[in-house]
Design a protein around this ligand. Structure first.
Ligand SMILES: [Ca+2]
Ligand SMILES: [Ca+2]
Ligand SMILES: [Ca+2]
Ligand SMILES: [Ca+2]
Length: 454
């Protein structure tokens, strides 16, 4: 009896050890597969970053679209441990390559009228979004500032500064995750299985094979303008640049450079004023503002100095006015490609890249001026190399200098920030690991603003 029992116990122990060994082997295989998948995803990320760095250092001067074709070319790839795929969505459809954040409207500059175009947006929530980001604490008509949050028992109030992410919109009173994310519950810009199975799982979705990404499909908090010029060097910051630098970099006359310098020093200078403005007028206006500012600061000498110099400027304007009054097409283009009024030390919210903006986003951006939107999109689509500088928009007979001056401040021709969602797949088991990284190519080396794995 004892012997039989001993055999039975030994058999049970043996089976247990075997089971443990099997489980350990499975776990080992899974861990290995995860490492394989992660390396493949990382390889895709590295390839994409390499393309972004290359185009920042050696921009394609005659083709604004080449960078996007090159990004698409590395959207799929293979390493020894597995394969990767990088996708984003455009109006619900999955597209190759990373998400260009400048193809969306920056939530820190979007107007109330533009906000009201987003599906499910009510007037009070639009007001509350603007209240959340504006510095003051006085609510708009239907908006909400800190008092309202407190009354709702919330322990936080509005940031009263720029939104840092699209997900932060969910903190705004009345804005819910289903508004902000739509079907894209994990905000990765890709249609995951649980986002396309109707009510089988969270979130609720319509199972139509298209990703309805809610507001996140139209707005971003990440975009800002690229500080690198088309020549591959950092853009000339006009407020700090010397007249000599301006002459050399932009190939204009010293007289023009002097006027530019005075204009750029003004608090209200905007790039788009150059397309229709007379340099002499722009410079005198800026000087008038500066003189007023100087006078309020006090000092008779200051007043006397600006009086003399504006007299000198007036005399200067009269003789060669026609030659220096405005910039020609080539000079304007160089201005847009090589100069900036955006302070490089304080990146402002980005403008929308006219080369990558979706028609649906353009409709929201130009809600007040659909005719200009159509003209701009038609011109863009007619150019295989895209729009190289905003002044090129004047090539459309339907875009006047006045129109460009009006819309110039909301458009751009380049993109700095991209969201790369790279899905790696293990060669041995097919297990997948996804990496999402938000990267900024405005300075080299490319900076990673956010990194997450799932
Ligand atoms: Ca506020
Ligand atoms: Ca998703
Ligand atoms: Ca679902
Ligand atoms: Ca759907």
């Amino acid at each position: 009896m004892i012997v039989i029992w001993a055999v039975a116990i030994a058999a049970v122990i043996g089976a247990g050890v075997q089971m443990l060994a099997f489980r350990q082997a499975t776990l080992g295989r899974e861990a290995l597969a995860k490492v394989e998948a992660r390396w493949a995803a990382r390889a895709g990320l590295e390839e994409t970053i390499a393309v972004l760095e290359y185009h920042t250092e050696k921009p394609e001067a005659d083709d604004a679209r080449q960078i996007f074709r090159d990004l698409e070319a590395v959207a799929d790839g293979e390493v020894a441990t597995g394969t990767w795929s990088i996708r984003h969505s455009e109006d619900g459809f999955e597209k190759k390559g990373p998400q260009d954040e400048s193809s969306k409207i920056n939530v820190n500059t979007i107007s109330k009228t533009q906000l009201s175009q987003l599906s499910g947006m009510s007037l009070d929530v639009a007001d509350a979004i603007v209240d959340f980001r504006d510095v003051d604490n006085s609510p708009a008509m239907m908006g909400a500032e800190s008092e309202f949050y407190k009354n709702r028992g919330l322990t936080y109030g509005p940031r009263n500064a720029d939104f840092r992410s699209v997900a932060e919109l969910e903190l705004v009173l009345g804005a819910f995750p289903q508004n902000v994310r739509g079907e894209d519950a994990n905000l990765n810009g890709r249609l995951d299985p649980n986002e396309n199975d109707r009510s089988e799982s969270e979130p609720a979705d319509d199972g139509d094979g298209l990703l309805d990404a809610g507001w996140s499909g139209f707005v971003t908090a990440r975009s800002h303008s690229l500080q690198m010029g088309a020549s591959g060097s950092a853009k000339l910051y006009l407020k700090d640049a010397s007249p000599e630098d301006i002459v050399e970099r932009l190939t204009i006359s010293p007289e023009q450079a002097a006027l530019i310098k005075t204009w750029a020093a003004g608090a209200n200078a905007r790039m788009e004023q150059l397309v229709s403005g007379n340099l002499g007028d722009l410079s005198s206006q800026a000087q008038g503002q500066n003189a007023r500012g100087g006078a309020s600061g006090g000092g008779a000498t200051g007043g006397g100095r600006s009086g003399r110099s504006s007299q000198g400027m007036g005399g200067q304007q009269q003789a060669p006015k026609s030659k220096i009054a405005s910039l020609d097409q080539n000079q304007l283009r160089r201005f847009y490609q090589e100069a900036t009024l955006d302070d490089p030390t304080k990146p402002a919210p980005g403008r929308v890249n006219v080369n990558t903006v979706l028609p649906s986003v353009m409709r929201i951006l130009f809600v007040d001026d659909p005719i200009s939107a159509d003209a701009i999109m038609a011109l863009r689509n007619s150019k295989p190399g895209g729009i190289l500088a905003l002044s090129d928009l004047l090539q459309s007979s339907r875009v006047s200098p006045d129109t460009l001056a009006k819309v110039g401040g909301i458009l751009d021709t380049q993109s700095a920030v991209f969201t790369i969602t790279s899905r790696g797949r293990s060669a041995s088991t097919g297990l997948e690991v996804e990496i999402t990284a938000v990267v900024d190519r405005s300075t080299l080396p490319v900076r990673i603003l956010e990194y997450r794995e799932q």
